[in-house]
Write a protein that binds this ligand. Structure first.
Ligand SMILES: [Zn+2]
Length: 274
């Protein structure tokens, strides 16, 4: 098993590489290059979040606790329909920081086995998808870049752990017990596998939908949207009434026209309503 220092050295170098290549070759902005570089470096230490609590692990949780709110805060404000004023942002930021640094850290140490599912390909994809979904931009290309950065860093960690499980004693190559435990698709415990794949499935669905690769079923979504906008619109946003009211009214006149009845007057009425 490679040490923390070796992991951060390798993923740091890779981060420099992804940053430079994404900016010069792929035309991303220098700021985006710096961000993907950092995410690559962080990706290289993420798998060891499952190891016994020591200084490196505490440092990693500290780093994750500081960086994750920065990346996700805008999305969470949107999802939770919270106001974006400085006080709310500060309260949420501190809650996320403390939640990750202490809450998540103790949760992870309670449930995870070192070299369990954190060191696996599904975990790599989960980390990359979280970066994709959390990145506060709308362009699929930029979000995919950030996800790729995390994936590259994460994979370097798994690879390094595997390389370190090969022992070179003179001419003979011996495999340590830990060989094959980093780059894997399945762990040992059923619960760990189930949790990892359930999370992967959910995040993959959200990611593919966000990227426009798969679509949500439209039919049930529309009436839900209408009822939710109609509710608060009535008391909070008087402007929205004018926007949402013609929608159901427009649905009415369409049907009689198709039935073939002499509805010319109604049709023009409906058309002018629009
Ligand atoms: Zn490791």
């Amino acid at each position: 098993m490679a040490a923390y220092r070796e992991h951060i050295a390798v993923s740091g170098m890779l981060g420099l590489g992804t940053g430079v290549v994404s900016t010069i070759v792929f035309g991303f902005t220098p700021v985006q290059g710096i961000l993907v570089g950092w995410l690559t470096a962080i990706g290289g230490i993420l798998p060891d979040l499952d190891s016994e609590s020591g200084r490196p692990v505490r440092e990693m949780f500290g780093l994750t606790a500081a960086v994750a709110p920065l990346i996700f805060i805008e999305r969470i404000l949107q999802w939770a329909h919270l106001p974006g004023d400085k006080e709310t942002v500060m309260a949420l930021f501190l809650a996320m920081y403390l939640g990750i640094k202490y809450g998540l850290a103790s949760l992870v140490s309670m449930f995870s086995v070192h070299r369990g599912m954190f060191h696996s390909i599904p975990a790599l994809l989960i980390a990359a998808e979280i970066a994709y979904l959390g990145y506060p931009r709308h362009e699929v290309r930029t979000k995919a870049l950030m996800a790729a950065g995390v994936a590259i860093g994460f994979f370097s960690h798994l690879l390094l752990d595997e390389i370190y499980s090969v022992e070179w004693s003179g001419v003979r190559i011996k495999l340590k017990k830990s060989a094959g435990s980093a780059i894997k698709f399945f762990g040992e415990g059923l619960a760990g596998n189930a949790a990892a794949y359930a999370l992967l499935l959910g995040l993959s669905f959200l990611t593919l939908h966000d990227a426009g690769i798969i679509g949500m079923p439209d039919a049930p979504a529309r009436p839900m949207l209408r009822t939710t906008t109609a509710g608060p619109a009535a008391d909070e946003h008087p402007v929205a009434i004018g926007e949402s009211a013609p929608l159901p009214a427009f649905d009415g006149p369409v049907l009689p026209v198709e039935s073939g009845a002499p509805q010319a007057g109604r049709l023009t009425g409906g058309a002018s309503l629009r």
